[in-house]
Design a protein around this ligand. Sequence first.
Ligand SMILES: [Zn+2]
Length: 314
Amino acid sequence: MSHTRRDFIASSAAAALGVALGRPVYAFAREGPQGQAVFTPVRRNVGTFTMRGGTVGWLVNARGVAVVDTQFPAEAQALLAGLQSRSNNRGVDVLLNTHHHGDHTSGNPVFRGIARRVVAHGMADQHMRRSPGASQPQQPPQNAPEPLYPDTTFTHDWSAEVGDERIVARHHGRAHTSGDAVITFERANVVHMGDLMFHRRHPVVDRAAGASMRNWMRVLEQVVNAHGRDTIYIFGHANTGLPVTGSSADVLQFRDYLGAVLAFVERQTGAGRSREEVMVMREPLAGFEVWGPFGQPGARDPLTVAYEEVTTGS
Ligand SMILES: [Zn+2]
Protein backbone atom coordinates (compact mmCIF):
# COMPACT_ATOMS: atom_id res chain seq x y z
CA MET A 1 0.00 0.00 0.00
CA SER A 2 1.41 3.36 -0.97
CA HIS A 3 1.79 6.24 1.44
CA THR A 4 -0.85 8.06 -0.51
CA ARG A 5 -3.46 5.39 -0.09
CA ARG A 6 -2.71 4.73 3.55
CA ASP A 7 -2.82 8.44 4.42
CA PHE A 8 -6.04 8.86 2.53
CA ILE A 9 -7.71 5.97 4.31
CA ALA A 10 -6.52 7.30 7.64
CA SER A 11 -8.03 10.72 6.98
CA SER A 12 -11.22 9.15 5.57
CA ALA A 13 -11.59 7.19 8.79
CA ALA A 14 -11.06 10.35 10.85
CA ALA A 15 -13.67 12.15 8.76
CA ALA A 16 -16.14 9.29 9.12
CA LEU A 17 -15.61 9.36 12.88
CA GLY A 18 -16.20 13.10 12.98
CA VAL A 19 -19.41 12.75 10.98
CA ALA A 20 -20.57 9.87 13.19
CA LEU A 21 -20.02 12.03 16.26
CA GLY A 22 -21.94 14.85 14.62
CA ARG A 23 -19.17 17.40 14.75
CA PRO A 24 -16.79 18.75 12.15
CA VAL A 25 -13.23 17.53 12.00
CA TYR A 26 -10.67 20.27 12.46
CA ALA A 27 -7.47 18.79 11.21
CA PHE A 28 -5.11 21.21 9.57
CA ALA A 29 -2.76 20.33 6.77
CA ARG A 30 0.53 22.13 7.07
CA GLU A 31 2.97 23.19 4.44
CA GLY A 32 5.81 20.77 5.10
CA PRO A 33 8.50 18.98 3.13
CA GLN A 34 7.01 18.54 -0.31
CA GLY A 35 6.36 15.19 -1.95
CA GLN A 36 4.04 13.40 0.45
CA ALA A 37 0.36 13.16 -0.47
CA VAL A 38 -1.82 14.29 2.42
CA PHE A 39 -5.62 14.47 2.35
CA THR A 40 -7.08 16.56 5.17
CA PRO A 41 -10.82 16.92 5.79
CA VAL A 42 -11.76 20.54 6.52
CA ARG A 43 -15.55 20.65 6.98
CA ARG A 44 -18.74 19.04 5.58
CA ASN A 45 -17.15 16.85 2.87
CA VAL A 46 -14.65 19.52 1.78
CA GLY A 47 -10.93 19.02 2.32
CA THR A 48 -7.42 19.83 1.18
CA PHE A 49 -4.77 17.82 -0.64
CA THR A 50 -1.11 18.81 -0.33
CA MET A 51 1.88 17.24 -2.03
CA ARG A 52 3.84 19.68 -4.25
CA GLY A 53 2.53 22.95 -5.65
CA GLY A 54 -0.59 24.98 -4.84
CA THR A 55 -2.98 23.52 -2.26
CA VAL A 56 -5.80 21.49 -3.83
CA GLY A 57 -9.38 21.68 -2.53
CA TRP A 58 -11.82 18.79 -2.91
CA LEU A 59 -15.46 17.93 -2.28
CA VAL A 60 -16.71 14.36 -2.06
CA ASN A 61 -20.32 13.93 -0.96
CA ALA A 62 -22.93 11.20 -1.56
CA ARG A 63 -23.88 12.52 -5.01
CA GLY A 64 -20.98 14.59 -6.29
CA VAL A 65 -17.25 15.13 -6.57
CA ALA A 66 -15.41 18.41 -7.25
CA VAL A 67 -11.72 19.36 -7.37
CA VAL A 68 -10.08 22.79 -7.16
CA ASP A 69 -6.65 22.86 -8.86
CA THR A 70 -4.42 19.90 -9.74
CA GLN A 71 -0.72 20.63 -8.93
CA PHE A 72 1.52 18.58 -11.32
CA PRO A 73 0.88 15.31 -13.22
CA ALA A 74 2.40 12.88 -10.69
CA GLU A 75 0.71 14.70 -7.81
CA ALA A 76 -2.60 14.74 -9.70
CA GLN A 77 -2.38 10.94 -10.07
CA ALA A 78 -2.15 10.61 -6.27
CA LEU A 79 -4.99 13.11 -5.92
CA LEU A 80 -7.22 11.24 -8.34
CA ALA A 81 -6.49 7.85 -6.74
CA GLY A 82 -7.48 9.19 -3.33
CA LEU A 83 -10.66 10.81 -4.65
CA GLN A 84 -11.70 7.68 -6.51
CA SER A 85 -11.27 5.45 -3.47
CA ARG A 86 -13.37 7.83 -1.41
CA SER A 87 -16.11 8.16 -4.06
CA ASN A 88 -16.30 4.60 -5.46
CA ASN A 89 -14.85 5.76 -8.79
CA ARG A 90 -17.76 8.08 -9.55
CA GLY A 91 -15.70 10.44 -11.68
CA VAL A 92 -15.47 14.19 -11.09
CA ASP A 93 -18.45 16.46 -11.73
CA VAL A 94 -16.36 19.59 -11.98
CA LEU A 95 -12.70 20.57 -11.96
CA LEU A 96 -12.12 24.25 -11.18
CA ASN A 97 -8.86 26.14 -11.65
CA THR A 98 -8.27 29.15 -9.39
CA HIS A 99 -5.90 30.68 -12.00
CA HIS A 100 -3.52 29.62 -14.76
CA HIS A 101 -0.16 29.02 -13.02
CA GLY A 102 1.44 25.66 -13.67
CA ASP A 103 1.69 24.59 -10.02
CA HIS A 104 -2.15 24.69 -10.00
CA THR A 105 -3.01 23.43 -13.50
CA SER A 106 -0.25 21.11 -14.78
CA GLY A 107 -2.10 18.10 -13.32
CA ASN A 108 -5.27 18.91 -15.30
CA PRO A 109 -4.55 16.32 -18.05
CA VAL A 110 -4.83 13.52 -15.46
CA PHE A 111 -8.54 14.46 -15.26
CA ARG A 112 -9.13 14.19 -19.02
CA GLY A 113 -12.21 11.98 -19.57
CA ILE A 114 -12.83 11.93 -15.80
CA ALA A 115 -13.84 15.56 -15.09
CA ARG A 116 -17.16 16.32 -16.80
CA ARG A 117 -16.47 20.05 -16.80
CA VAL A 118 -13.36 22.17 -16.41
CA VAL A 119 -14.16 25.69 -15.17
CA ALA A 120 -11.98 28.81 -14.90
CA HIS A 121 -12.17 32.57 -15.29
CA GLY A 122 -11.96 33.69 -18.93
CA MET A 123 -8.61 35.41 -18.41
CA ALA A 124 -7.16 32.34 -16.69
CA ASP A 125 -8.21 30.33 -19.74
CA GLN A 126 -6.51 32.86 -22.04
CA HIS A 127 -3.32 32.87 -19.97
CA MET A 128 -3.21 29.06 -20.00
CA ARG A 129 -3.61 28.85 -23.76
CA ARG A 130 -1.22 31.71 -24.48
CA SER A 131 1.66 30.45 -22.43
CA PRO A 132 1.38 26.81 -21.40
CA GLY A 133 4.32 26.32 -19.10
CA ALA A 134 5.79 29.72 -19.90
CA SER A 135 4.64 31.71 -16.90
CA GLN A 136 4.96 29.12 -14.19
CA PRO A 137 6.79 29.41 -10.92
CA GLN A 138 7.81 25.78 -11.34
CA GLN A 139 8.36 24.46 -14.84
CA PRO A 140 6.71 21.16 -15.81
CA PRO A 141 8.93 18.28 -16.93
CA GLN A 142 9.93 18.00 -20.59
CA ASN A 143 7.52 15.11 -21.15
CA ALA A 144 4.53 17.06 -19.76
CA PRO A 145 1.24 15.71 -21.16
CA GLU A 146 -1.01 17.65 -23.56
CA PRO A 147 -2.66 20.44 -21.49
CA LEU A 148 -6.31 20.15 -20.47
CA TYR A 149 -7.91 23.58 -20.80
CA PRO A 150 -11.22 24.85 -19.39
CA ASP A 151 -14.39 24.07 -21.37
CA THR A 152 -16.45 26.52 -19.31
CA THR A 153 -15.37 30.09 -18.55
CA PHE A 154 -16.98 33.00 -16.73
CA THR A 155 -16.46 36.74 -16.34
CA HIS A 156 -18.00 37.58 -12.94
CA ASP A 157 -19.22 34.35 -11.40
CA TRP A 158 -20.27 30.75 -11.99
CA SER A 159 -22.15 28.36 -9.75
CA ALA A 160 -23.45 24.80 -9.65
CA GLU A 161 -25.04 22.32 -7.30
CA VAL A 162 -22.75 19.33 -6.75
CA GLY A 163 -24.69 16.75 -4.75
CA ASP A 164 -25.92 18.58 -1.65
CA GLU A 165 -23.27 21.32 -1.93
CA ARG A 166 -23.43 24.60 -3.82
CA ILE A 167 -20.19 25.80 -5.37
CA VAL A 168 -19.70 29.42 -6.43
CA ALA A 169 -16.66 30.69 -8.35
CA ARG A 170 -16.28 34.47 -8.31
CA HIS A 171 -13.81 36.91 -9.85
CA HIS A 172 -13.12 40.04 -7.80
CA GLY A 173 -10.75 41.87 -10.15
CA ARG A 174 -7.00 42.01 -10.70
CA ALA A 175 -4.88 40.67 -7.85
CA HIS A 176 -2.38 37.76 -8.13
CA THR A 177 -3.18 37.66 -11.88
CA SER A 178 -6.03 39.07 -13.99
CA GLY A 179 -7.88 35.73 -13.91
CA ASP A 180 -8.18 34.76 -10.24
CA ALA A 181 -11.27 32.93 -9.00
CA VAL A 182 -12.40 32.54 -5.39
CA ILE A 183 -14.19 29.19 -4.96
CA THR A 184 -16.84 29.07 -2.22
CA PHE A 185 -18.36 25.83 -0.93
CA GLU A 186 -21.44 27.58 0.46
CA ARG A 187 -22.93 24.96 2.76
CA ALA A 188 -19.58 23.86 4.12
CA ASN A 189 -18.68 27.56 4.51
CA VAL A 190 -15.20 26.86 3.15
CA VAL A 191 -13.50 29.16 0.62
CA HIS A 192 -10.58 28.19 -1.63
CA MET A 193 -8.51 31.33 -2.20
CA GLY A 194 -6.00 29.90 -4.68
CA ASP A 195 -2.96 32.19 -4.82
CA LEU A 196 -4.91 35.16 -3.50
CA MET A 197 -3.51 33.81 -0.24
CA PHE A 198 0.17 33.27 0.50
CA HIS A 199 0.11 32.56 4.22
CA ARG A 200 2.95 34.46 5.93
CA ARG A 201 5.28 34.18 2.97
CA HIS A 202 6.19 36.53 0.16
CA PRO A 203 3.79 36.10 -2.75
CA VAL A 204 4.34 35.68 -6.46
CA VAL A 205 2.91 38.83 -8.09
CA ASP A 206 2.40 38.13 -11.79
CA ARG A 207 2.34 41.69 -13.15
CA ALA A 208 2.82 40.43 -16.72
CA ALA A 209 -0.43 38.48 -16.30
CA GLY A 210 -2.28 41.52 -14.95
CA ALA A 211 -1.48 41.43 -11.22
CA SER A 212 -2.09 44.50 -9.06
CA MET A 213 -0.99 44.66 -5.43
CA ARG A 214 -3.12 47.73 -4.77
CA ASN A 215 -6.25 46.03 -6.13
CA TRP A 216 -5.28 42.74 -4.46
CA MET A 217 -5.80 44.48 -1.08
CA ARG A 218 -9.33 45.50 -2.12
CA VAL A 219 -10.07 41.98 -3.41
CA LEU A 220 -9.10 40.43 -0.06
CA GLU A 221 -11.39 42.86 1.77
CA GLN A 222 -14.26 42.10 -0.61
CA VAL A 223 -13.85 38.36 -0.11
CA VAL A 224 -13.84 38.67 3.69
CA ASN A 225 -16.88 40.97 3.58
CA ALA A 226 -18.72 38.47 1.37
CA HIS A 227 -18.28 35.62 3.86
CA GLY A 228 -19.15 34.89 7.47
CA ARG A 229 -17.17 34.97 10.68
CA ASP A 230 -16.43 31.25 10.87
CA THR A 231 -15.64 30.76 7.22
CA ILE A 232 -12.55 28.58 6.78
CA TYR A 233 -10.17 29.76 4.05
CA ILE A 234 -7.89 27.43 2.06
CA PHE A 235 -4.59 29.09 1.09
CA GLY A 236 -2.75 28.46 -2.19
CA HIS A 237 0.56 28.48 -0.32
CA ALA A 238 1.84 28.79 3.24
CA ASN A 239 5.28 29.27 4.71
CA THR A 240 7.01 26.05 5.79
CA GLY A 241 5.32 24.49 8.80
CA LEU A 242 2.32 26.83 8.71
CA PRO A 243 -1.25 25.66 8.03
CA VAL A 244 -2.75 25.88 4.53
CA THR A 245 -6.14 26.80 6.03
CA GLY A 246 -7.13 29.64 8.34
CA SER A 247 -9.50 32.48 9.13
CA SER A 248 -10.46 35.92 7.87
CA ALA A 249 -7.86 37.34 10.27
CA ASP A 250 -5.15 35.59 8.23
CA VAL A 251 -6.61 37.00 5.00
CA LEU A 252 -6.67 40.52 6.42
CA GLN A 253 -3.13 40.13 7.76
CA PHE A 254 -1.99 39.33 4.22
CA ARG A 255 -3.82 42.44 2.99
CA ASP A 256 -1.88 44.42 5.59
CA TYR A 257 1.38 42.87 4.39
CA LEU A 258 0.64 44.00 0.81
CA GLY A 259 -0.12 47.48 2.10
CA ALA A 260 3.10 47.49 4.12
CA VAL A 261 5.20 46.61 1.04
CA LEU A 262 3.59 49.44 -0.96
CA ALA A 263 3.96 51.90 1.93
CA PHE A 264 7.62 50.93 2.39
CA VAL A 265 8.36 51.61 -1.29
CA GLU A 266 6.43 54.89 -1.16
CA ARG A 267 8.54 56.04 1.79
CA GLN A 268 11.78 55.19 -0.01
CA THR A 269 10.85 56.83 -3.30
CA GLY A 270 9.43 59.78 -1.36
CA ALA A 271 12.84 60.14 0.30
CA GLY A 272 14.39 60.34 -3.16
CA ARG A 273 15.91 56.87 -3.30
CA SER A 274 16.57 55.39 -6.74
CA ARG A 275 15.25 52.13 -8.09
CA GLU A 276 18.67 50.52 -7.50
CA GLU A 277 18.71 51.73 -3.90
CA VAL A 278 15.21 50.42 -3.19
CA MET A 279 15.83 47.07 -4.90
CA VAL A 280 18.60 46.15 -2.46
CA MET A 281 16.47 46.90 0.63
CA ARG A 282 15.44 43.30 1.13
CA GLU A 283 15.43 42.92 4.89
CA PRO A 284 12.15 41.79 6.55
CA LEU A 285 9.49 44.48 6.91
CA ALA A 286 8.80 45.80 10.40
CA GLY A 287 5.72 44.04 11.74
CA PHE A 288 6.03 41.27 9.16
CA GLU A 289 9.30 39.66 10.26
CA VAL A 290 7.88 36.12 9.96
CA TRP A 291 7.78 36.66 6.17
CA GLY A 292 11.57 36.82 6.24
CA PRO A 293 13.76 38.80 3.83
CA PHE A 294 12.53 39.40 0.29
CA GLY A 295 13.81 37.04 -2.41
CA GLN A 296 15.57 38.07 -5.60
CA PRO A 297 14.45 41.07 -7.68
CA GLY A 298 12.42 40.03 -10.72
CA ALA A 299 9.20 40.42 -12.67
CA ARG A 300 7.16 38.58 -10.03
CA ASP A 301 8.94 39.78 -6.89
CA PRO A 302 6.61 41.81 -4.63
CA LEU A 303 9.22 44.52 -3.94
CA THR A 304 9.93 44.93 -7.67
CA VAL A 305 6.23 45.03 -8.54
CA ALA A 306 5.50 47.45 -5.69
CA TYR A 307 8.19 49.76 -7.08
CA GLU A 308 6.56 49.57 -10.54
CA GLU A 309 3.11 50.26 -9.12
CA VAL A 310 4.25 53.15 -6.96
CA THR A 311 6.29 54.83 -9.69
CA THR A 312 3.87 54.30 -12.60
CA GLY A 313 0.67 54.78 -10.60
CA SER A 314 -0.84 51.54 -11.87
ZN1 LIG B 1 -0.08 31.47 -8.78
